[in-house]
Design a binder for this molecule. Structure first.
Ligand SMILES: Cc1ncc(COP(=O)(O)O)c(C=O)c1O
Length: 406
């Protein structure tokens, strides 16, 4: 399917549908008339197979207690095998209401209050909350930017944190939101070898795994060194990012190690007693089974949006640095070249001069306040408008700076 056909078929006006991205602007940003490019979901309808499966189930009309779908695993595992070459075993799988909830649970199950949990900022901000709000110690290993602008792990600093920070769990974001990295297998292997050396559990959040624009390809933590680290590994993911199903509240926890699984099954009891989400499973299974053409088309739209934004900004506003997009549909922009460095000035510029709603860099790390994160999973028309607003805002800012100098 070409991009134009995809947009004509699936782009949907979400404003007025109680959607967080478009309808909570006043509440979240203090202004209603901003163009929203924040929160990671899509302005597209889910694959038609999802709508069909949900309608069929809803028409039946009874919503009493349900069992897990017997064919869910085969649809999920076939997707993982075909798209990523990952071999899953059905007994590894547990369901959850979402990846963030799983992270809160897994931290509580596999660490004790006061234990160190290592994260690598700038990173998805609920990671900070999950560590703090469960009473664990936040250990931060900042990613570093190399001369070519790419984001890297400081391995020596990582080891130092493991050696001194009483770290029991490493929370990996792979692909990495917000910097858009797809970690190479060698990078993951180096990190995991240190986790092995210091006996640290790895919790890998792979929710963005399907949005892979890298040359080398996404490698799951499950696959590193031919599965060598599976014994100290839990992976969380979901169909929600891939197929735009976030409000159906359904995710996966994969635990290859038998003892870790037994521990999880015991300790989850006081944390969660609710049933699994039937509609989330129905939607996920239908999407994994019949959503591939839709997904390949949405990936193209995202890539074209990225290419347009990058080329447009390079041409018109080179002082805004656009990070390389390898993974996810979120692009990370550095505004420090415009003289915007502190959180307040960036926020004022984005909201007042550009009339945009974005995820601010300061949400992802105190050291990223000059950055913003934009969501590319929308119509090209929205991206074009956002680019114009950024360029115009930057120009106005430069002109007013010149006037002040005179
Ligand atoms: C890295 C990462 N993990 C988890 C989530 C959210 O997952 P869920 O909605 O299943 O809690 C997001 C959403 O943006 C994300 O970027």
């Amino acid at each position: 399917m070409d991009i134009q056909t995809f947009i004509e078929t699936y782009a949907v006006a979400r404003k007025g549908s109680d959607c967080l991205k478009w309808d909570a602007l006043q509440e979240r940003f203090g202004a209603e008339d901003l163009l929203p490019l924040w929160v990671a979901d899509m302005d597209f309808k889910a694959p038609p197979a999802v709508e069909k499966a949900l309608i069929q189930r809803v028409r039946q009309g009874a919503f009493g207690y349900s069992q897990n779908l017997p064919d869910y695993f085969s649809a999920f595992a076939a997707w993982q095998k075909k798209r990523h070459g990952i071999t899953l075993e059905s007994n590894w799988l547990r369901f959850s209401k979402g990846v963030v909830e799983s992270i809160y649970h897994l931290i509580q199950i596999f660490t004790a209050p006061g234990d160190g949990v290592l994260i690598q900022p700038p990173v998805y901000y609920p990671f900070f909350n999950a560590v703090r709000e469960t009473g664990r110690k936040l250990v931060e290993n900042q990613l570093v930017q190399s001369a070519d602008g790419s984001w890297q792990v400081d391995l020596a600093a990582f080891e130092k944190q493991l050696a001194t920070g009483n770290v029991r769990l490493f929370l990996l974001c792979s692909p990495h939101n917000p910097v858009g990295r797809i970690w190479r297998e060698a990078e993951l292997q180096a990190l995991f070898a240190l986790c092995e050396k210091y006996d640290v559990l790895i919790l890998a959040d792979e929710i963005h795994q399907d949005f892979d624009f890298s040359e080398t390809g996404f490698v799951s933590a499950l696959q590193v060194a031919e599965g060598h680290f599976q014994e100290r590994l839990v992976v969380v993911n979901a169909p929600s990012k891939t197929f735009n199903l976030a409000s159906l509240l359904h995710g996966h926890i994969l635990i290859p190690n038998h003892e870790l699984r037994e521990c999880f099954d015991q300790k989850i009891k006081p944390l969660s007693q609710s049933e699994n989400n039937l509609l989330g499973q129905i939607a996920g299974a239908a999407a994994y089974r019949d959503g591939e053409d839709w997904f390949d088309a949405v990936k193209q739209v995202i890539w074209e949006n990225y290419r347009y934004l990058r080329d447009y900004l390079v041409k018109t506003t080179p002082k805004i640095q656009v990070s390389q997009l390898e993974g996810s549909y979120l692009v990370w922009l550095d505004l420090s070249g415009l003289g915007l460095t502190d959180a307040q000035t960036v926020e004022k510029f984005i909201k007042e001069d550009c009339q945009l709603a974005v995820d601010f860099g300061s949400w992802f790390s105190a050291e990223s306040s000059s950055f913003i994160r934009l969501n590319l999973a929308c119509s090209p028309a929205v991206i074009k408008q956002a680019c114009d607003r950024l360029a115009t805002g930057a120009l106005k800012r430069q002109l007013s700076a010149k006037r002040q100098i005179k």
